[in-house]
Design a protein around this ligand. Structure first.
Ligand code: AHR
Length: 484
């Protein structure tokens, strides 16, 4: 029997909904075909956005969407993506497959997508190959509510009202595809560019600095030391690869050893956040600046026969376990982690959705986001579990006093019997849902419901004790309402 404890009367940090965010880049079939098909497509759409994909993302309450990249962001010139479709410039997407980008999905289309999704836009500006003026004018175009050249241009292009943009990224991976800079140099570049990312009227923008890759603590140290007061967020990117970049491993065919390595590498997120946070604490003890994990997820070899530049991979219960673990880690660190964005939303890397023509499939990872969505906006509760790295959990409470507990058994083959002491629980009832299946299970267009959520009744609530057995490779979410 594995013991765990949740103190239901504790109140820790707020789990910002943005922790459950997503990322969509002009990469492979993420934007084009995956999300945007254009108004004239036979695929049912609203203003060019796939209705099936929008509905699925609304169901998991997508809180924020990052766009247009990724590496693409630092080659993207936003003015190429506004105005009449027929006169938009065509460019080569040099990072991703060398395909022609026709700029048919631009600023207006992205803002329309966010409107349909009911989510916050998170726009990533171009530092690597863009100018300060270009970045500054993008913010003016998006958010200036008055008489100005960019506001006029926006009106000419059919949108007189200013939009609201809360999150703006000043470059992406500026140590790599975003300009190959050193931390010391980028700290100054960030200070300069962010000066002109203005908050107009009542649009208060959060300026986000491009942060470290993995355990590059030096990067975080330098940015915090030299530019902390100019930023509201600092990013960190971490991908889980069971192998090495040249041979990352198959998404669907893996050995028990590769499964274990994947889980081990996923647990590393906890150490990364702890150590980056410790550095941030030195310069920002009030925790004003958010650590933003705006790229995370599993990165495997592309599906055989697909364009290697498109990063299309399948998604199994192994991915679901990585997501279940990572989201619990983010919840537990919600004092510092203010946003996270899974890479990427549709058809790229650890997607929540796959599409093929007019068909759509929800991945096991999608179902984890569905299971965990009740945490959004809640207050984190103190919790702990025995069981070493087999068990991961987090708990939160909403404004009505309802407790939400998410727990996963990461073992490939051993069930886990849990006895959870819910200290201070007043409720007498509970309900639960579960996602479980063999580690290699995945959904296809032919069999889209091989992995799906189910009601979970295999638990007993006796006083303050919640006892249940989690099958191998499973995640469950419990809802425990306060007694009225
Ligand atoms: O998500 C794919 C790529 O990974 C992004 O474009 C880049 O930022 C990262 O290296």
């Amino acid at each position: 029997m594995i013991s765990c404890t949740v103190n239901t009367t504790s109140r820790r940090s707020r789990i910002r909904p943005e922790i459950y965010g997503h990322f969509s880049e002009h990469l492979g079939r993420c934007i084009y075909n995956g999300i945007f098909v254009g108004k004239d497509s036979p695929i049912p759409n609203t203003n060019g956005m796939r209705n099936d994909v929008v509905a699925a993302l609304r169901n998991i309450r997508i809180p924020v969407l990052r766009w247009p990249g990724g590496c693409f962001a630092d080659e993207y010139h936003w003015m190429d993506g506004i105005g009449p479709q027929e006169s938009r410039k065509r460019m080569v997407n040099t990072n991703w497959g060398g395909v022609v980008e026709d700029n048919s999905f631009g600023t207006h289309e992205f803002m329309e997508l966010c409107r349909q999704l009911g989510c916050q836009p998170y726009i990533n500006g171009n530092v690597g190959s863009g100018t300060v003026r270009e970045m500054s004018e993008w913010m003016e175009y998006l958010t200036f509510d008055g008489v100005s050249p960019m506001a006029e241009l926006r009106a000419q292009n059919g949108h007189p009202e200013a939009w609201k943009v809360k999150y703006f990224g000043v470059g992406n991976e500026t140590w790599g595809c975003g300009g190959s800079m050193r931390a010391e140099y980028y700290a100054d570049v960030f200070r300069r560019y962010q000066t002109y990312v203005r908050s107009y009227g009542d649009n208060q923008v959060c300026r986000i600095a491009s942060g470290a890759s993995n355990d590059d603590y030096h990067w975080t140290q330098v940015l915090m030391e030299q530019a902390a007061k100019y930023m509201d967020g600092l990013t960190m990117h971490y991908y889980v690869l069971p192998g090495v970049w040249e041979h990352k491993g198959s998404a669907t065919e893996f050995t028990p050893a590769e499964y274990e390595i994947t889980m081990e590498k996923a647990w590393f997120m906890d150490e990364l956040i702890t150590r980056h946070s410790q550095i941030m604490d030195r310069y920002d003890p009030e925790q004003r600046i958010g650590l933003i994990v705006d790229e995370w997820g599993c990165w495997f070899d592309v599906e055989p026969g697909t364009n290697p530049g498109f990063l299309y991979q399948q998604n199994t219960m192994r991915d679901a376990m990585v997501a279940a673990l990572t989201l619990n880690i983010f919840n537990q660190h919600s004092d510092r982690v203010s946003m996270a964005n899974l890479a990427q939303t549709v058809n790229v890397l650890q997607s929540v959705i796959l599409t093929e023509g007019d068909r759509m499939v929800l991945t096991p990872t999608y179902h984890i986001f569905d299971l965990y969505k009740e945490h959004q906006g809640n207050r984190l509760l103190e919790s702990s579990a025995e069981g070493g790295r087999q068990i991961t959990l987090s708990a939160s409470v909403n404004e009505e006093g309802t407790v939400h507990l998410t727990a996963a058994n990461l073992s490939m083959d051993a069930p886990a019997e849990l006895d959870c002491l819910l200290e201070g629980l007043t409720g007498r009832t509970a309900s639960a849902r579960i996602l479980t299946g063999p580690p290699h299970a995945f959904n296809t267009f032919e069999a889209p419901e091989t992995v799906k959520l189910a009601a979970f009744t295999g638990f007993a609530l006796e006083g303050e004790h919640l006892r249940f057995t989690l099958p191998p490779c499973s995640a469950a979410a419990f809802t425990l309402p306060r007694e009225q």
